[in-house]
Design a protein around this ligand. Structure first.
Ligand SMILES: [Mn+2]
Length: 300
């Protein structure tokens, strides 16, 4: 069978579990949007994991609320309201051969549901570090080869210390840390507190390094919300705006997703984003930050 799975740590860990209990001949790594487009010619010989449902497939596992199957939908596999897809798979099979993965699974649960300790934001280690090595700027073909490699490593020995000792993983881990250091400096140089909002203006940043969305809250712990402007896309003259509430601090009830929807974007209550015209960015960001601070003033 062919297993289609997500590109991230949950997708890779799910693939490691499934291919222990099912006959998987090939792994393919895709994004949710690609499945939703209907362009993949799924057949009964395909398994889908950590991705949206397609009725042509033979088996499906997922945990995303947006994919919750309607009452009575018939399919092989399982959907569950769980912190990770790997958790749904683990519970579905209840297979003694999967028990050795229990420790790693707990970590995957936390990472996939955004529960990353603040110390990890600045200095990633363990499973979080591994998850960071899975998504790089490398060509997809190389990334996919690396993902297959990590699946093998997890199956051979799911102790994270051993996985991180692997040469390819170690090389990517070193790169992750180096890029994060550049990202940290860039954030510090380009972020200012406006009221309770950490505003990072990275519009003029060149060669955007990989980082993580938790770091800004570690550097600016007083922020209730962060607003970030990404480098200008020279090709179409747009700027990506991303907004999120501090996962470590006071839990703001301001609906970010709704605010983003008003300017053509989307998201959830705690996090969202939009792509706006470069010349309108300044005004949009200012208005949004004002709105956030007024909200905080009214809901301290
Ligand atoms: Mn997942």
């Amino acid at each position: 069978m062919i297993l289609y799975t997500h590109t991230d740590l949950d997708g890779v860990f799910s693939a490691a579990l499934i291919s222990i209990v099912e006959q998987v001949d090939e792994f393919r790594f895709v994004d949710p949007g690609t499945v939703q487009s209907g362009r993949i010619p799924f057949t009964k010989n395909d398994i889908i994991a950590d991705l949206p449902f397609d009725r042509r497939c033979g088996m499906w596992f997922d945990h995303h609320e947006s994919s919750r199957p309607r009452e009575g939908l018939k399919f092989e596999g399982a959907w569950g309201a769980a912190p990770s897809c790997a958790r749904v798979i683990y519970g579905h099979y209840e297979n003694p051969y999967l028990e050795k993965f229990a420790k790693g699974l707990g970590e995957v649960d936390n990472i996939d549901s955004g529960k990353v300790p603040i110390g990890q934001a600045e200095s990633p280690s363990g499973w979080f570090l591994l998850s960071n090595t899975l998504e790089t700027e490398a060509p997809k073909k190389e990334d996919d080869g690396y993902r297959r490699h990590v699946i093998n490593l997890i199956q051979k020995n799911p102790e994270i210390e051993t996985i991180l000792e692997d040469e390819w993983v170690a090389e990517r881990s070193a790169n992750v840390k180096q890029e994060l250091e550049t990202f940290r400096r860039m954030l510090l140089e380009n972020t200012k507190m406006v009221g309770r909002v950490a505003f990072s203006d990275l519009r003029l940043a060149k060669g955007f390094p990989r980082g993580n969305n938790y770091l800004v809250y570690s550097l600016f712990p007083g922020a209730v919300t962060s607003v970030r402007l990404m480098p200008v896309d020279e090709e179409d003259g747009t700027v990506k705006l991303s907004v999120g509430h501090n996962v470590y601090g006071k839990k703001s009830e301001f609906d970010v997703g709704a605010a983003m929807k008003k300017i053509g974007g989307g998201g959830h209550r705690p996090v969202g984003g939009a792509t706006v015209k470069a010349e309108e960015t300044e005004e949009i960001a200012k208005r949004l930050i004002d709105e956030l601070n007024r909200w905080e003033g009214a809901h301290p």
